[in-house]
Design a binder for this molecule. Structure first.
Ligand code: TXA
Ligand code: MG
Length: 360
């Protein structure tokens, strides 16, 4: 079912993918080698605090092309350019509006991407022909070491095959990319677990294009500007009730159904229990993604723990990994209770709704 995302996209020939575990005495040599591969037009997957990225030099169009092919990604979706420090901006953007500068000062390095007017030397293949470029300065120390060693801005989408959940562990990258890229750097689990907040600062106001750890409130706090919401929300009319296979992203292979969070815990959980029991009776292999607080309600039904409802960062950290666990364990149907659509919850719900097939 995922393969329909890849129709018409050329495959890549097999190659040897080097797998390097970071955190030891050889780190410096590994970063030097990885930086050299990037400068010479190779593709290297690397850890960041959000999710793993699939890196290529911004200025090497052939390598950018390989990134699109390794992901099976349509090339009308632009990539984010990653920089080690503020001097990297000079190689990418024409100017920084005041409010963008304030955001950068407050939240870089960190899980935030700013969309800014691009310099002509940034290739169209990176920006999908737009006159803007998305820029991010990651905070993960391994990502920063790699970017310094590369000495060029590194274009990097999430290191998953298109349509699959974003990778939060190097093992996820290996599952999707083995034989397709030159090197994987294993820096352990991504701290945040969800992709960066994408903020359009290229026009007059500020628009959030993808919610993440840097929230609307945090943007308002440092700029005094209330950002517009440029993505479909749970309650907004822009999200279809049943997104349908064609629009699924970040998705596990099984069918995911979401019970939207409401005032009554029992209502929400009862809907999940009833749907589970009905599917189970028809011979389907079912599982519920539960938080610590809801686990007991479901008795001995299959469940995977995804964190603590009183601290949604734990759910953000776990949710993509849980989707992949569902795949490994071969579940046909997956249920999840939604979380409140505020703060980091907005980012969680954005991904979960996109991955889901419908609501219960
Ligand atoms: O956390 C992250 O952002 C991760 C890590 C690796 O940095 N990267 C990531 O990249 O999630 P990707 O390619 O999976 O998602 C990039 C998002 C896409 O939704 C893309 O459309 C948007 O950013 N984007 C990139 N450049 C843009 C631009 N110039 N204008 C509007 N949207 C842009
Ligand atoms: Mg992605």
């Amino acid at each position: 079912m995922i393969d329909e995302f890849n129709l018409g996209v050329q495959s890549v020939p097999d190659r040897d993918t080097a797998y390097c575990i970071l955190g030891g005495a050889e780190d410096n040599e590994i970063f030097e080698e990885a930086g050299k591969i990037l400068r010479e037009g190779g593709v290297v997957a690397f850890p960041t605090e959000t999710v793993y990225g699939l890196g290529a030099s911004v200025y090497c169009e052939e390598a950018i092309d390989r990134v699109f092919r390794a992901k099976g990604r349509p090339n009308d979706n632009p990539l984010i350019a990653h920089i080690a420090d503020m001097s990297g901006l000079e190689q990418l953007v024409t100017y920084m509006p005041d409010h963008a500068l304030r955001l950068a000062e407050a939240y870089w390095p960190g899980p935030m991407t700013l969309v800014l007017p691009k310099l002509p030397l940034v290739p169209d293949s990176v920006t999908a022909g737009l006159d803007t470029v998305g820029v991010r300065m990651p905070s993960d120390p391994n990502a920063r070491n790699l970017l310094r060693a590369a000495g060029v801005p590194v274009a990097a989408p999430s290191a998953n095959r298109s349509g699959r959940p974003s990778p939060t562990k190097a093992q996820h990258v290996l599952q999707d990319m083995n034989g397709r890229i030159d090197m994987i750097l294993d820096g352990g689990e991504s701290v945040c677990g969800l992709e960066s907040t994408v903020i359009d600062c290229s026009g007059q106001g500020i628009t959030i294009l993808r919610p993440g750890y840097v929230t609307a409130q945090m943007i308002y706090d440092v700029t005094g500007i209330q950002p517009a919401i440029g993505y479909g929300t749970v309650t907004g009319a822009t999200v279809p009730k049943a997104p349908g296979m064609k629009y699924r992203h970040y998705a596990p292979k099984g069918r995911l159904f979401v019970a939207l969070d409401d005032d009554s815990n029992d209502d929400c959980n009862s809907r999940i229990r009833d749907a589970y029991d009905k599917d189970f009776a028809q011979g389907r292999k079912c599982v519920i993604l539960v938080t610590k607080q809801d686990k007991e309600f479901f008795g001995n039904r299959n469940a995977i723990l995804i964190g603590d409802r009183t601290d949604l960062s734990t759910v953000a950290h776990r949710v993509f990994d849980a989707f992949r666990q569902c795949d490994r364990e071969g579940y046909d149907v997956i249920y999840m209770r939604g979380v409140p659509d505020t703060g980091v919850g907005a980012a969680i719900m954005n991904r979960v709704i996109k991955a889901s097939e419908g609501r219960i």
